[in-house]
Design a protein around this ligand. Structure first.
Ligand code: NAD
Length: 323
């Protein structure tokens, strides 16, 4: 397939690009390089890779990018609650308006499949902590970031869009692991880095639940969806992750400290009002598409420890590692 990958220079996107090429697809990345282009460097070896630099808010760029493509994987966004809160207008223009423009243009073209990266943050706060959240659960976004994702999901999955590509929404758990564009503002990566390099970590609201997913498995899920029979993925939302990788923040920090094997201090600041508290079921993607993760949180932590301690990643506090 010829795949247009938006946000391919990002933390998840740069791993997706490698994965799609290794599956034999052609990959055209479009990205405005908000955090630099380092994530793309390893891709130039492959002649099936190409790059189009620019901003998806431009209708002209979208037309150019879509030319000849069979599928679109849409990852580009202003990602995370802090980044969206800092620039709300930009967040709405990119996450919402530009996504809708890309989708409409894809409908008008011969694009067969459209995959949208959404997030389990859309669930917000569990109303009943004893119940696991499924794709049918109510979406209760509590940030502008999640709000824009929910609005786009609703537009993409709305039955009113008559002629359109086969559309699939993937609600990813919070991602972790090493990527060519590293991020240390994601929980597992951040906790590991802080405990390893500063021997100190402050956790706000140790009791809150969240699911986690290795970046390589996030990429594999996208490849799987692109290669699944259309009737299994058409107009569907899937949570992407694994039930056993749901952790409370406090337990996650303890697990990481035990792996590092030092006496780092974990300070717990009580917080009763974290709006994001969700424990998620991943039965649908496991049963429907046969998706299984290949790396647990423990394995990802090990990989992060190795990459930092061996000097492969340096200056972990640098702003380029945060959105
Ligand atoms: N990282 C996670 O834990 C996580 C979890 C759930 C969902 N997601 C989703 O996965 C996707 C990728 O996340 P990430 O962690 O790789 O983020 P990232 O910030 O590392 O990557 C986003 C990329 O999009 C590009 N981009 C932003 N606005 C653009 C525009 N207007 N035109 C062209 N390119 C633009 C940026 O330059 C960047 O390279 C996002 O849609 C995010 O919502 C991520």
């Amino acid at each position: 397939m010829k795949v247009l990958l938006t946000g391919g220079a990002g933390y998840v996107g740069s791993v997706v690009a490698h994965d799609l090429l290794s599956r034999g697809h052609e990959v055209r990345v479009v990205d405005m390089l908000l955090y630099g282009g380092q994530g793309l460097l390893g891709l130039y070896q492959d002649e099936r890779f190409s790059f189009l630099g620019g901003d998806l808010r431009s209708a002209q760029l979208v037309e150019l990018a879509l030319h000849g493509m069979d599928a679109v994987v849409h990852l580009a966004a202003i990602v995370g609650d802090p980044a969206c809160a800092r620039q709300p207008e930009l967040a709405r223009a990119v996450n919402l308006d530009a996504s809708l423009q890309l989708f409409r243009a894809s409908c008008a073209r011969e694009v067969e499949r459209f995959v949208f990266a959404s997030t389990c943050s859309n669930y917000g706060r569990m109303s009943n902590p004893s119940v696991w959240l499924t794709e049918e659960s109510e979406l209760r976004p509590v940030s502008l970031y999640a709000q824009t994702k929910v609005e786009v999901e609703q537009a993409f999955l709305s039955p009113s869009a008559a002629s359109r590509p086969v559309t699939t929404v993937l609600r990813f758990a919070t991602v972790f692991g090493v990527s060519p564009r590293m991020r240390f503002d994601l929980t597992v990566n951040e906790f590991t880095m802080e405990l390893l390099t500063k021997r100190k970590l402050t956790i706000y609201g140790a009791q809150f639940w969240r699911p986690y997913l290795h970046v390589r498995d996030a990429a594999r899920a996208i490849g799987l969806v692109l290669e699944s029979p259309l009737d299994k993925i058409a107009n569907q939302a899937f949570n992407v992750g694994d039930a056993n990788q749901n952790y409370q923040k406090g337990a996650l920090a303890e697990l990481i400290r035990a792996q590092i094997g030092n006496h780092a201090r974990i300070e717990r600041v009580e917080k009763t009002e974290d709006p994001r508290d969700y424990r998620v079921s991943f039965d649908k993607i496991q049963r429907g598409l046969g998706f299984q993760i290949t790396r647990t949180v423990e394995q990802g932590v090990q990989e992060l420890i190795e990459a930092i301690s061996s000097g492969v990643i340096t200056e972990c506090d640098h702003s380029r590692y945060r959105n």
